[in-house]
Design a protein around this ligand. Sequence first.
Ligand SMILES: O=P(O)(O)OC[C@H]1O[C@H](OP(=O)(O)OP(=O)(O)O)[C@H](O)[C@@H]1O
Ligand SMILES: O=c1[nH]c(=O)c2nc[nH]c2[nH]1
Ligand SMILES: [Mg+2]
Length: 162
Amino acid sequence: MTDNRYQHHFTVSWDQLHRDVRSLCHQLVERDFKGIVAITRGGLIPAALIARELDIRLIDTVCIKSYDEQAQGKLDVMKGVDHDGDGWLLVDDLVDTGKTARAVREMLPKAHFVTVYAKPEGRPLVDQYLTEVAQDCWIEFPWDLGHAYVEPLVNQIRSPKS
Ligand SMILES: O=P(O)(O)OC[C@H]1O[C@H](OP(=O)(O)OP(=O)(O)O)[C@H](O)[C@@H]1O
Ligand SMILES: O=c1[nH]c(=O)c2nc[nH]c2[nH]1
Ligand SMILES: [Mg+2]
């Protein structure tokens, strides 16, 4: 389902995501963390890459769901953690409206919260992010995409199929 709040798309490849996460790690490497709390599911892949770069083996999750494709629904928290986040790195793939971030911040007020991508509404809720993306832009992550055939341009223009 699409939402007309989103007028543009920003497609992130696996390579781009890997490069972006590594760049974010350059800003984190001097700090010591007890472990990582990944916000599922989108935070799991950046968390795994960050764990590798910073040599962190202790990884926990906050399991939370807000969107069904582009439709934002009620926040569903399926699993929390039993600490306030002190000394922990909290990781998500992105912050958009900030609804997810606000809820997780309440659970882990002392964690250092990072995302790879941040939109303006949610940006103030995170401590660090790598790339800002416009509010009306839907980020397409590589795990949601596949390769597909593309009709040659001349066919699209001269004899479009429906
Ligand atoms: O700032 P917000 O407007 O709250 O949106 C950001 C959240 O939405 C997405 O998660 P989603 O709920 O789609 O679940 P997923 O991580 O399992 O894909 C994304 O991974 C963030 O966690
Ligand atoms: O894949 C996604 N891209 C987005 O831009 C977004 N915003 C909230 N949730 C999202 N998921
Ligand atoms: Mg998520």
